[in-house]
Design a protein around this ligand. Structure first.
Ligand SMILES: Cc1ncc(COP(=O)(O)O)c(C=O)c1O
Length: 404
């Protein structure tokens, strides 16, 4: 490989909740002597970012003035080129808006499209950030559970979604594509069907596509706004380089919206807070990542992540009886279902989670994602650490009397 996905970075003391979580994240169990902490929970990567990202930021830092600025033409051209190359659609400068983060972008859109306390349709299991920000801002999240089909693939339940749209008079839905935490990369037909449903009931769509670039094992990301004329004109899509290049620590994201009325409303709403301003370093980071080299880097990254995911899913199937997982098609998250294991071993979720962390596997409680027996695991670490983590889970957590 041309790029570095094998170095084990020491992130300790380097501004990272992945390895230094504070109390509030609930994984503050001390790790036993001799077990290094493997960061496998919050959604950032333990790989060095694409070299062109850092180069672009360093180049900008050499000029010692950081005053007010407007996004450059190069910035817009970078997004336009990236979206065309990676996701096959055309977008114009005036259809791109800035947001200080995807969750902030979702909230801006909700402010425009909803009145206080409105019902908003989402699916469950639900990304905890949606619950905290959407629920936390007083909207009523109406959840339609995803269901596994006969092949164990998570699917949207259109009949249930339609029922809920009617019952709760829903006119706004948040779609997550690819889906965190279940890892689905929605197929064109699925997106078309859900957009047809939204068209029937005049539901506006906020499509969170922050994971768009991270697709595994040959899957293809389809932007939801491309599947129909209605989707094109009734969707605001949230994108960011933050998952792609692991840049969450230098906040920033952008939305794409082809509806001028909505785009104007979003810009107005975002401007009233005065908080939604771009950092010049973030702009240069994006420009650095969205180059040809950035594309090559992401292609290698997706191979590495596919390999990690394949290894982990095979390992779980072969070694952890009672634990199931639908192999993610995108993202780098595994969403383990531990219900049968917990019941067969008479072990509760708190104990299971604690044991993992004691042995240095920093994994995440899936219950706040609305699933009583789930654990979320992040596989964006060098393969050596994936192997080490699963070996420890095998020896000390899933196969020991101590676990109980
Ligand atoms: C689906 C989804 N949306 C949004 C975010 C957070 O984005 P931001 O940090 O830009 O608010 C995440 C982070 O994990 C995510 O998985």
């Amino acid at each position: 490989m041309k790029y570095d996905f094998t170095t084990i970075l020491d992130r300790d003391g380097k501004d990272s909740i992945a390895v230094n979580p504070t109390e509030m994240y609930g994984i503050n169990v001390p790790t036993r002597e001799g077990f290094r902490r493997i960061p496998m929970w919050v959604a950032d990567m333990s790989f060095p970012t694409c070299p062109t990202v850092t180069e672009a930021m360093i180049e900008r830092i050499k000029h010692p003035c950081f005053g007010y600025f407007e996004p450059s033409q190069e910035y817009y051209d970078s997004i336009i080129r990236w979206q065309k190359h990676r996701h096959g659609f055309d977008v114009k400068k005036e259809e791109i808006g800035y947001e200080n983060g995807v969750l902030g972008g979702v909230l801006t859109a909700l402010k425009v499209l909803c009145s206080d306390g409105d019902n908003v349709l989402l699916n469950s299991p639900t990304y905890i950030g949606f619950t905290n920000s959407i629920g936390g801002n007083g909207y009523n999240m109406v959840l339609s559970p995803l269901k596994k089909d006969e092949q164990g693939i998570w699917r949207m339940d259109l009949a249930d979604m339609e029922e809920k749209i009617k019952q709760y008079q829903i006119h706004v839905a948040v779609l997550c594509n690819p889906y965190n935490p279940c890892g689905r990369v929605w197929e064109k037909e699925e997106l078309k069907a859900v957009m047809d449903l939204y068209e029937k009931y005049e539901v506006w769509v906020i499509s969170d596509e922050i994971w768009a670039d991270l697709v595994l094992n040959g899957h293809t990301h389809i932007p939801a706004h491309t599947v129909s004329e209605y989707a094109h004109t009734h969707t605001v899509t949230q994108y960011a380089p933050s998952k792609t290049f692991s840049l969450a620590g230098i906040s920033g994201s952008y939305h794409i919206c082809f509806n001028k009325w909505l785009n104007d409303r979003l810009a107005k709403e975002a401007s009233t807070t005065h908080y939604n301003t771009m950092s010049v370093l973030w702009m240069h980071a994006l420009i650095g990542g969205y180059r040809r080299e950035g594309e090559e880097w992401v292609e290698e990254l997706c191979e590495v992540l596919s390999d990690n995911v394949n290894y982990a899913c095979d390992f779980i199937r072969d070694h952890f009886e009672g634990v199931t997982v639908a192999k993610p098609e995108g993202t780098y998250m595994l969403f383990l279902d531990c219900e049968n294991w917990c019941k067969a071993n008479n072990c509760d979720m708190d104990t299971l989670l604690r044991k993992g962390v004691e042995y240095g596997v920093l994994w995440q409680d899936g219950r706040p994602f609305h699933d009583p027996y789930a654990i979320r695991m992040n596989l964006a670490v060098p393969k050596e650490l994936v192997i080490e983590a699963f070996d420890r889970l095998n020896r000390y957590v899933f196969h020991t009397e101590e676990a109980k």
